[in-house]
Design a protein around this ligand. Structure first.
Ligand code: ARG
Length: 581
């Protein structure tokens, strides 16, 4: 067997082929290969058991037949275990060959490229303009960016689109407040976005207490939507102010979009939606509004998807339909991934159902649609995180605090560093910690935000992984060797610790695949953490600075490859590493 990157895939093919030559199996057998607990082997094909059950046959006998049909290989040994599991144990030579073939940073990158790639739009971050980004937007930004990197790494073409909420009722209120107070947008003080947010809040209070203000705000919105020059100018200015405050955050997080079209971009494309959905009778009038029901769905048979409000205005649903149509038509998107809060699940379910009917009726090919949703970040009190005075936490404040706290850590460890170097390291550590704390949880769960936990040097944290990388750098520095090798003398792994670490390196593609399949970066985090732990046990047990060149080269190779996988994996999470910590 050639040295394939993803061993599950090639073992799966291998077993499938063998099964096809055995009468009892026929064509529909799925080997279900996965990585195995080390007590049993390296990989395990579990498919015989369910298959035998379905066929009413004895699983052990079937497993034996399958093993007999497998061509002999020098690369692994194979055994039946339990009621009919097939276990593969890779040969030490094979482990070494895999690491030499795929284990460097460049080779990982080349090997991970999949031939079957597609054009993927990732719709993430997407804050509303005229407001500051608060902590709620961090999850979309961080998870979306990580998925973009994971998919790009495997050869997909990615379009990052920041679908700004820049066209909605908030502007009526804001414009009203600006005009009523006679404010100039050129003169908003040193925190213009905070000032805008205040104005909006004041406007909102005004329309609640005063009927005339409400009418005024509505009029401003209608004027804006009808293209009134003054209001459009103000709106543009608000968009610019918002964008520059978002950019500060995106620069810090190293997140960069290909497009920031936003809802406003689609404002002249909504009529086409009413027309097409109407023509195909997908939508209907209901109390003056235009809505879509899905009779085949338990809830959405009665709960309408409103695509035009009774006052004739378009809404979130309309723009999302127009956006989807545009992405398919203009960008030829084959897959669209939306990253938002779990509270928008109904919206996206209804959107996807509606889009499916619309595309079928129009004989268009619907891209694969995925709603990647996430839970809430909680404070110590287990409620959505807030500042002490009950306000949403501003994202910029949170990121700056992360850097400040990391700077304290760095200074404590290295008293003699220049301020500049402290800042540089603090950014990598602090922002890495915030990102990793978010990504390492199953995104569908809520999690409690804790500075102490995320900045801890022990446990499943970014600093722990970054430290493993820095530690490996220091090994190479001490030995005056390059982490790029060559490690020509390396012999195959023999000791338990060498073997354990080697096989863990081979599991990187599996974690990558799982994170991709489920669009959940935490699978990658869990893997990286286990790898770092295995490295730590290896390094505690085995000396690297030994005289025997074969042993030394193998151990250095394992250090180097561990470092490459950790760095590569972290970069897919948007996290940088350091030579020294
Ligand atoms: N602006 C929305 C919000 O802040 C998120 C938009 C998500 N993307 C989309 N195509 N609906 O909740």
């Amino acid at each position: 067997m050639s040295i394939s990157f993803d061993l599950i895939n090639s073992l799966d093919n291998f077993v499938t082929k063998a099964a096809q030559s055995v009468d009892e199996f026929g064509q529909e057998f799925d080997p279900q290969t996965r990585s195995a607990d080390e007590r049993f082997g390296d990989f395990q094909a579990n498919g015989v058991l369910p298959f035998a059950k379905k066929m009413g046959k004895n699983p052990r006998e079937l497993a034996q037949k399958l093993i007999d049909a497998l061509p002999a290989s020098e690369d692994w040994s194979v055994k039946i275990a339990g009621p009919g599991f097939i276990n593969f144990t890779l040969s030490p030579e094979y482990l070494l060959k895999w690491i030499c073939t795929h284990g460097s940073t460049d080779n990982l990158k080349a090997s991970a490229k999949d031939k079957e790639n597609s054009k993927v739009v990732i719709d993430y971050s997407s804050p509303n303009t005229a407001k500051q980004m608060h902590v709620g937007h961090i999850r979309s930004t961080i998870i979306g960016e990580s998925l973009a990197r994971i998919l790009a790494f495997q050869g997909n073409e990615i379009l990052r689109d920041n679908h700004l909420g820049d066209w909605g009722t908030q502007f009526g209120i804001l414009l009203f407040a600006i005009k009523e107070q006679g404010i100039s947008l050129d003169d908003l003080g040193d925190d213009p976005i905070a000032r805008l947010e205040d104005l909006y809040r004041q406007g909102n209070a005004r329309i609640k207490e005063d009927e005339n203000a409400l009418v005024g705000a509505r009029q401003e919105l209608v004027k804006l939507q009808d293209g009134d020059e003054e209001n459009l100018k103000l709106w543009e200015k608000i968009r610019d102010i918002s964008m520059s405050s978002f950019l500060k955050i995106y620069d810090l997080l190293d997140v960069h979009f290909d497009h920031s079209l936003g809802e406003s971009f689609y404002r002249d494309k909504v009529d086409g939606i009413y027309e097409e959905l109407g023509k195909h009778k997908i939508c209907q009038e209901d109390d003056g509004a235009l809505v879509v029901f899905h009779p085949e769905h338990k809830r959405f048979a009665k709960q309408p998807f409103i695509i035009r409000k009774s006052d004739g205005a378009s809404n979130y649903a309309t723009t999302d339909l127009a956006t989807l149509g545009y992405r398919e038509k203009e960008w030829q998107a084959e897959q669209i991934i939306y990253v938002t809060d779990g509270r928008q699940r109904d919206h996206f379910e209804q959107l996807f159902l509606t889009a499916k009917k619309w595309f079928i009726a129009e004989e268009r090919k619907l891209p694969t649609l995925a709603h990647v949703w996430f839970g809430t970040i909680l404070g110590d009190d287990n409620k959505a995180i807030k500042t002490r005075d009950g306000q949403p936490v501003k994202l910029i404040d949170l990121l700056e605090e992360a850097i400040r706290r990391a700077a304290d850590m760095v200074r404590q460890k290295n008293a003699n560093l220049s301020d500049e170097e402290v800042q540089r390291r603090a950014k990598v550590i602090g922002l890495g910690a915030v990102k990793y704390a978010d990504l390492s949880q199953d995104r569908t769960l809520d999690y409690v935000f804790s500075w102490d936990k995320m900045l801890a040097m022990q446990g499943n944290t970014a600093p722990y992984l970054q430290y493993a990388v820095a530690r490996i750098s220091s090994i190479f520095r001490k030995m005056e060797r390059s982490s790029d090798g060559p490690f020509n003398e390396a012999r195959p792994p023999q000791s338990d610790a060498e073997r354990k670490l080697s096989r863990k390196l081979l599991f990187f593609p599996i974690a990558l695949k799982q994170a991709t399949r489920e669009l959940k970066p935490h699978f990658l985090c869990t893997y990286l953490y286990e790898l770092a732990t295995d490295f730590s046990s290896f390094y505690n047990l085995e000396k690297v600075m030994v005289d025997d060149p074969e042993v030394r080269d193998l151990r250095l190779l394992l250090c180097s490859s561990t470092q490459s996988v950790l760095q590569t994996g972290l970069s897919l999470l948007g996290i940088e590493t350091l030579e020294e910590m």
